[in-house]
Design a protein. Structure first.
Length: 596
């Protein structure tokens, strides 16, 4: 197999690098037959120099003409005419060689290659007709040799019956084999086209399903984020955070369905807010209190840990929700007891490493691809088996979030119990934030007046010009869905004073032509004119004015290639639904700053 691949690579002469695959495949196939034929003709030409000058001249001519046509084929896209021309040159060369009295048996080798050459250079039906004509001409030439003065001892005349009948049998067998091969290839091509159409249809349906789910899910995420910032009561705030965590898990599941990464919000891991770790974990477990007949908890918290830490409580809830839900789904008994321990590992600089262990009193069932569940386990200490368990227990969401937070998820399973542990790093609460936390409720800085802190946004807030720029910017929101309009307007009203709304791409162009905007938030799927077309037309208008208005695509299209399509249409950035509003704000700040 390796030798065959190497031979094909040598005989292709690199043609596959500068031609379409279909065209390159045809040339390579013809090369495999034409190049050996060229070598035979040059050998015949050299061998005939002493015995017959006319035969030698003929073979040299055949060699050079076929070689020229072959080089022309490499440089052109007309495979049919040139490839067929090469085959004709060899066919004429064979017949004239016999007529001129060539006595070299190597001519039979190129005669046997000729049918393959015709089948490779044109359609089956056309090649069959040509080869029937060639067979008739070959038979006539073989049987009229004595009548045109050629000696009877000529090897082709002496074996004329064997050559004629043998070639007819060979051609018939080869034609039938090629016919079957052609038919099989056509059937495979038909099935391939049907499969491609089916995949395209499924992809379109999946894209529509993804779009339809992402749009309302985005509204849930943003509204819950706004409520979380406005509600002061700890119990209600915790419930809102749980809604956010569940929404993010649903988003991750959706992304898994469409073979994307587990999360579409890479900057969410940068969200930093002070929170009570013990209460956050306790309240997460309390969600399962209604399942008293199914699961119970034993929770031990390391008292050395500070009461408040800086991090993302929503992401932390996602991790615990994913793990506990997986345990309940894969439990091997009616009731499972979870023993949870959260300990302080080490303290370094402004961070604290935390180790969490969740142990069950019963083994977990592993669901195999064939639907069989088992608790019989091999050695689970290897990295490979750890990853397999994560996949089989559907802990990919937790594993990814933990990995993003500088930790690692480990799963140890035995036939008696199971243990899931992980480490993460949280930050100490800065002194300035500690003072705010300790202020009486309602007297501190209102949560609804600020945006949840992210590492990137914090850097931007150190630049007062960026805040002023965002506050005074003229923003055009292009969105056809009224609910989505309200959600974005509600999210941005505290930070941006001037926001105009257009319900489709055409209206956006009209507004763009009469008003000056600093940034545009563009939906993609809209009636009358979509976001791609609107962005392209805006860029065409700007080309004559030497100006540039940043455009951010806000869309529920999140399949592979959607981001690239938005950027290709002239948009500057892309954010897929559902998104955290602070991520959108940071993108707006970055583009406004870059556009100065």
């Amino acid at each position: 197999m390796k030798i065959a691949n190497k031979l094909i690579e040598v005989l292709s002469f690199g043609v596959e690098t500068n031609k379409s695959k279909d065209f390159a495949d045809k040339i390579i196939q013809l090369n495999l037959i034409a190049i050996p034929s060229l070598l035979i003709f040059i050998i015949l030409a050299i061998a005939s120099l002493k015995s017959s000058i006319p035969v030698s001249i003929l073979n040299f001519s055949t060699f050079f003409v076929a070689l020229v046509l072959l080089f022309m084929l490499y440089r052109s896209n007309r495979f049919g005419s040139i490839g067929l021309g090469i085959s004709y040159i060899f066919a004429i060369g064979i017949l004239v060689n016999i007529l001129l009295g060539s006595n070299n048996l190597m001519l039979l080798a190129v005669t046997m290659l000729l049918p393959l050459m015709f089948f490779s250079s044109t359609t089956f039906n056309k090649a069959s007709v040509i080869l029937v004509v060639f067979t008739a001409l070959l038979t006539i030439v073989l049987f009229i040799l004595p009548f045109i003065g050629l000696p009877n001892e000529n090897i082709f005349y002496e074996n004329r019956y064997f050559i004629s009948v043998g070639f007819i049998v060979y051609l018939t067998a080869l034609s039938l084999l090629w016919f079957i091969r052609t038919k099989q290839l056509q059937e495979l091509e038909r099935k391939s086209i049907e499969l491609q159409n089916d995949i395209k249809k499924r992809t379109e349906n999946l894209a529509k399903l993804s779009h339809d789910i992402r749009t309302p899910l985005n509204n849930i995420v943003i509204i819950s984020n706004i409520l979380s910032n406005q509600i002061q009561e700890e119990k209600l705030k915790d419930m809102i955070d749980t809604i956010q965590a569940s929404s993010n898990n649903l988003m991750s599941t959706l992304n898994s369905m469409i073979d994307l990464s587990i999360s579409e919000m890479p900057k969410d891991s940068d969200v930093l807010v002070p929170f009570d770790l013990q209460n956050t974990v306790n309240n997460t477990f309390r969600l399962f209190s209604t399942q008293s007949g199914t699961v119970s908890f034993s929770f031990k918290y390391d008292e050395r840990l500070p009461k408040n830490l800086l991090g993302d409580p929503v992401k932390l809830k996602q991790i615990f929700l994913n793990i506990v839900e997986s345990i309940i789904k894969n439990k091997s008994s009616q009731k499972v007891i979870l023993d949870i321990k959260i300990n302080k590992m080490q303290e370094a600089g402004d961070g604290i490493d935390i180790y969490t262990e969740i142990k069950t009193n019963t083994p977990l069932l592993l669901h195999h691809a064939d639907g069989v569940s088992s608790t019989t386990l091999a050695d689970s200490s290897t990295a490979l088996s750890n990853q397999v368990f994560i996949e089989m227990l559907d802990l990919k969401i937790a594993a990814k979030l933990i990995r993003e937070n500088g930790g690692k998820l480990n799963v140890k399973l035995t036939s008696q119990e199971s243990q899931i542990n992980f480490n993460i790093r949280l930050l100490k609460v800065p002194t300035s934030l500690k003072e705010e936390i300790q202020q009486p409720e309602g007297k501190g800085k209102g949560v609804d007046e600020t945006v949840p802190v992210t590492s990137e946004i914090s850097k931007a807030e150190k630049l007062p010009t960026s805040d002023v720029s965002l506050e005074n910017a003229n923003v055009l929101l292009v969105e056809d869905n009224l609910i989505n309009q309200k959600i974005v307007l509600l999210s941005l009203k505290k930070l941006v004073k001037n926001i105009d709304v257009a319900v489709n791409g055409k209206e956006a162009l009209d507004k763009f032509g009469t008003s000056k905007y600093d940034i545009i938030l563009m939906d993609v799927q809209m009636p009358i004119m979509n976001g791609y077309t609107a962005a392209k037309k805006i860029r065409e208008i700007e080309a004559s004015t030497n100006s540039h208005t940043p455009i951010i695509a806000i869309t529920a299209n999140a399949l592979m290639g959607d981001r690239e399509e938005c950027l290709a249409a002239g948009m500057d950035d892309y954010i897929s639904k559902p998104f955290q509003i602070e991520v959108l704000i940071q993108k707006m700040r970055n583009l406004l700053e870059a556009n100065r």
